[in-house]
Ligand binder design. Structure first.
Ligand code: HEC
Length: 96
């Protein structure tokens, strides 16, 4: 009897080629879950000072990429913090 070798299917969620998802895919590659958790904490702590806390799903990836460079400066985040916040928001953004 040969033993059956079970290949655990790598559940790689394949990003399609739409540009928004490519960006989210880059985030997945470059940031760990811990980074994203940091990003979430920083977002909650810094992004509601001047206006309500906008949810990741309030905007799509394109919009986030457009506003975040300005907003992360307004919030006086370091490059590291800004990267993590961006990663968190982009990877949870509204589709489309
Ligand atoms: C120092 C104040 C200040 C801080 C801190 C700040 N913002 Fe803003 N934000 C603004 C102002 C003012 C506007 C509207 C005018 C503009 O777009 O510059 C705005 C607009 C926005 C918008 C656009 C909303 C829309 O309906 O188009 C988003 C999204 C946003 N901020 C997200 C963030 C995030 C995420 C952070 C944290 C990294 C953040 N903001 C931190 C002042 C701030």
């Amino acid at each position: 009897m040969g033993s059956a070798i079970l290949f655990a299917a790598c559940t790689s969620k394949k990003a399609t080629t739409r540009s928004t998802e490519a960006t989210a895919g880059e985030v997945k590659k470059n940031y760990t879950e811990a980074d994203l958790a940091d990003g979430k904490a920083i977002w909650q702590g810094h992004c509601n000072k001047c206006h309500k806390l906008f949810e990741p799903t309030d905007f799509n990836v394109n919009k986030w990429n457009k506003v975040l460079p300005t907003m992360t400066k307004k919030a006086h985040l370091t490059d590291d913090e800004a990267g993590k916040v961006t990663a968190y928001l982009v990877s949870n953004a509204k589709q489309g």
